[in-house]
Design a protein around this ligand. Structure first.
Ligand code: ZN
Length: 81
């Protein structure tokens, strides 16, 4: 994934209202015991499947933090070149 893709993914995660369980467990932490799940479009991967609110995955806080860190590191790298 290059810097541009990371930035796009970061934006997606910050704005996504819905998430499937695949994206949720990849970028976030499941934080709710019983959440409502419905058939809809996952705003992270764009697929239509069973989704829930991104709130239930702590708004992808772990994924967002990791991406921001990686973006910062890549910027540092390109500055020193
Ligand atoms: Zn998804």
């Amino acid at each position: 994934m290059d810097l541009k893709e990371k930035k796009a993914l970061l934006k997606k995660l910050e704005n996504a209202y819905t998430s499937c369980s695949d994206c949720g467990s990849k970028y976030g932490v499941y934080s709710v015991g019983c959440s409502s799940v419905w058939e809809g479009k996952c705003e992270v991967c764009g697929e239509t499947k069973r989704v829930t609110e991104s709130r239930d995955y702590a708004y992808f806080i772990t994924g967002i933090r990791k991406l921001k860190e990686e973006i910062k590191n890549e910027k540092k790298k390109s500055d020193s070149n």
